[in-house]
Design a protein around this ligand. Sequence first.
Ligand code: KG4
Ligand code: ZN
Length: 335
Amino acid sequence: MADSLILGIESSCDETAAAVVAGGRRVLSNVIASQVDLHRKYGGVVPEIASRKHLEAVLPTVREALSTAGVTLADLDAVAVTYGPGLVGALLVGLSAGKAIAYAARKPLIGVNHLHGHIAANFLTDDPPAFPLVCLVVSGGHTDLIYMTGPQEMELLGRTRDDAAGEAFDKVARSVGLGYPGGPQVERLARLGDPEAVPLPVAHTEGPYDFSFSGLKTAVLQYAQKAGPLNDQQRADLAASFQRAVTRALAEKTLKAALEKGVRQVILAGGVAANGALRQAMADALAPHGIRLSYPAPALCTDNAAMIAAAGHQLYTAGIRHGLDLNAVPSLGLL
Ligand code: KG4
Ligand code: ZN
């Protein structure tokens, strides 16, 4: 069981991905067919185009993942596939492919929650995080602070009241004239700016572990409008100040949760976990308290299928199997 061989398939948004993972931690292959270039001219993901492209890419991507890993379908222990949350048409393509492969190869099918996948990416290492821990999920659609005592034992401590952190990055990117997807471009621009240059508000929320980013996003927009056409330095300063405000809020509340729960381990998950400034802010907050910080390699933070296989391994070892009647659930919650 420890050496399970799992094929992971992911198609919830704009990446068609397939990967083979051994023992829940060794990535034998990790293939991603990205559609980012196609959607860029629309400033975001167009669901119809995404579904069509997934359909074209899914089987070649799976084939490449198997051949790169040097395995055949017969070698697999299970097929793990994302069934939500995400775009319904996009999810259905990967899920249908996963079901067909599992049926044809007579392998168990395991449906994976995309967010569980993001979290499980932290376990794709020989030195995995130790439970209990506090996990900050920061993706394009979610900002959740979770207390975990095991791979599936989760307690939601807090979440965003409005925009997700990644969403705020994407919207701010647009307001300073950067394209889609915004997060990595804001990070790059912010490196050239002064994070103290623009005073920005950080919202106070009722719940001690809740976040709110829409006020911050609006403040950035208003600043950009009032200041008129921004020069390069002003844009960089605004990006840096925004990034400082977001990462500070995330780090403060994560530290508070870790101290309250008395954990010695914090992990980051989701696309925004690739952000260098967030990693640094978290390390700065946690290190003085001797709390260990882990996060996946940047390529495993954004959407990929190795994380789906990693989550699949956790479910597989817990004895979880799904029937071929498993349906896509676009608004699937984590807990
Ligand atoms: O987790 P993910 O790939 O998709 C969802 O499951 O939602 O996250 C995508 C989000 C986007 O909002 C993107 O702008 C953001 O993650 N992101 C980043 C960085 N890389 C991706 N945000 C800030 N800095 C980055 N380096
Ligand atoms: Zn994702």
